[in-house]
Design a protein around this ligand. Structure first.
Ligand code: IPE
Ligand code: IPE
Ligand code: MG
Length: 255
């Protein structure tokens, strides 16, 4: 496992902002913020303390994306499968979401962040729904950084929803089958209008997608680290960006 991480990471210790802005940045960064529970366990704390520390890391990463001028950030906050967790943990996560929005909204608004959620929001507790809707409404006019928060999000559900919606248009006679192409699909995804992620970061050593952005990751560059999300710092982000900048993206063609 360790050699895997060595092979794919150049590991220049503690890069600075100057070093990563020399080359084009990813336009869209996606993050699977994983390892909050293990971080808490290692410290002998309840899992909720790990989620709280994770929210702090998110604040830091959003600030950094604004600083370097990255236009799109998508973070995986709660999956359609995370309902399988004990009810107390789900409750703690929802409470933390409400708290995060209450604490951060003013600053995010001022900093030009547009908050957008992807996933089935209607199944969340009502307090979470109202905070999320408020945040989306009050930041709708912003455009410096689009922050997509994946909440009750599942990649397969997103594709299914798109297919159902397209099928509905076909059935009603509004859409001829022969005209359906990848652009049609993209227009019906939760992420319509947002470019595909250039770079995916997953923390905490897991080498899988866990049902995140299955359609959109077709040509995304993946970067994994064993660092738990609450321990993830700005220099880790710079490292990921630096490694990304030295990848050769071919999109199926030749260099
Ligand atoms: C990620 O941390 C946060 C969510 C999935 C909501 P985890 O809670 O999955 O942490 P680990 O993987 O158990 O360490
Ligand atoms: C993915 O992490 C979901 C989020 C980070 C919100 P999980 O911890 O739920 O993923 P698995 O269960 O290890 O695949
Ligand atoms: Mg996990």
């Amino acid at each position: 496992m360790r050699s895997f991480f060595k092979k794919f990471c150049k590991s220049a210790p503690h890069l600075t902002q100057q070093e990563i802005i020399k080359l084009p940045l990813p336009r869209h960064l996606a993050i699977i913020m994983d390892g909050n529970g293990r971080w808490a366990k290692k410290k002998g704390l309840p899992r909720a303390a790990g989620h709280r520390a994770g929210a702090e890391t998110l604040r830091l990463i959003v600030e950094t994306c604004l600083e370097v001028g990255m236009p799109y950030l998508t973070v995986y906050a709660f999956s359609t499968e995370n309902w399988k967790r004990p009810p107390e943990e789900v409750k703690a996560l929802m409470a933390l979401l409400v708290e995060y929005i209450e604490k951060e909204l003013q600053q995010l608004k001022q900093n030009g962040v547009k908050i957008k959620t992807i996933g089935n929001i209607s199944e969340l507790p009502s307090t979470a729904i109202s905070r999320v809707q408020k945040a989306e409404k009050e930041t709708a006019h912003n455009h410096k950084l689009v922050l997509q928060i994946a909440l009750n999000y599942g990649g397969r559900k997103e594709i299914l929803d798109a297919v159902k919606s397209i099928a509905g248009e076909v059935a009603s006679g509004r859409l001829p089958v022969a005209t359906i192409d990848t652009a049609t699909m993209e227009e019906h995804l939760y992420t319509a209008g947002v470019p595909d992620p250039d770079l995916l970061i997953r923390t905490a050593g897991e080498l899988r997608l866990s049902n995140f952005l299955l359609w959109q990751f077709a040509y995304t560059e993946f970067w994994f680290t064993e660092v738990f999300w609450p321990d993830f710092k700005v220099h880790h982000l710079y490292q990921a960006i630096y490694d990304y900048q030295y990848r050769q993206r071919r999109f199926g063609g030749l260099k």
